[in-house]
Design a binder for this molecule. Structure first.
Ligand code: AMP
Ligand code: ZN
Length: 135
């Protein structure tokens, strides 16, 4: 897609520190890492979010992340994937972050604010109903 930063990276119009690619995906180092080794995995074909991304690319991305984790031999890490402005997506070409967590001060910091919900059962039944294999 024109004017998409990550499409330009895939098309080599903008340089990147490539680490891996398949027919469907491209992986490269993040330019502003939260820790050494922070890298990104993207579908080659433009997709804005996870739910726009073709299943072939989704499958390749998780497998590629696993390979890179094994190559780097890291034990503590986060996979982050932001969709939408409120959810902190800054580049609107879907991407998966692999962020090593070498210690408490580097890598991803998470603010986790659990609160009670009286809608969990209702939402679960909606999902079960819609995803039921008999439908
Ligand atoms: P997000 O907030 O999930 O959309 O994250 C976007 C990520 O893209 C950030 O971690 C940026 O550092 C990274 N990024 C932006 N531009 C580039 C670039 N030209 N090369 C590599 N990473 C980039
Ligand atoms: Zn794109």
């Amino acid at each position: 897609m024109q004017d998409c930063l990550f499409c330009k990276i895939v098309n080599k119009e903008i340089p990147s520190e490539k680490i891996y690619e398949t027919e469907h995906i491209y992986a490269f180092m993040d330019i502003n890492p939260l820790a050494d080794g922070h890298c990104l995995f993207i579908p080659k074909k433009h997709a804005k979010t996870l739910h726009d991304t073709p299943d072939t690319a989704l499958a390749d991305i998780l497998i590629a992340i696993k390979k890179v984790v094994q190559v780097l031999d890291i034990k503590d890490y986060n996979i982050l994937q932001n969709n939408g402005i409120i959810a902190h997506q800054a580049v609107f070409h879907a991407h998966w972050h692999l962020i090593p967590k070498p210690n408490k001060n580097e890598g991803l910091s998470i603010l986790w604010n659990p609160r009670s919900s009286d809608r969990q059962e209702e939402i679960a039944s909606i999902i079960r109903e819609k995803l039921s294999p008999t439908k």
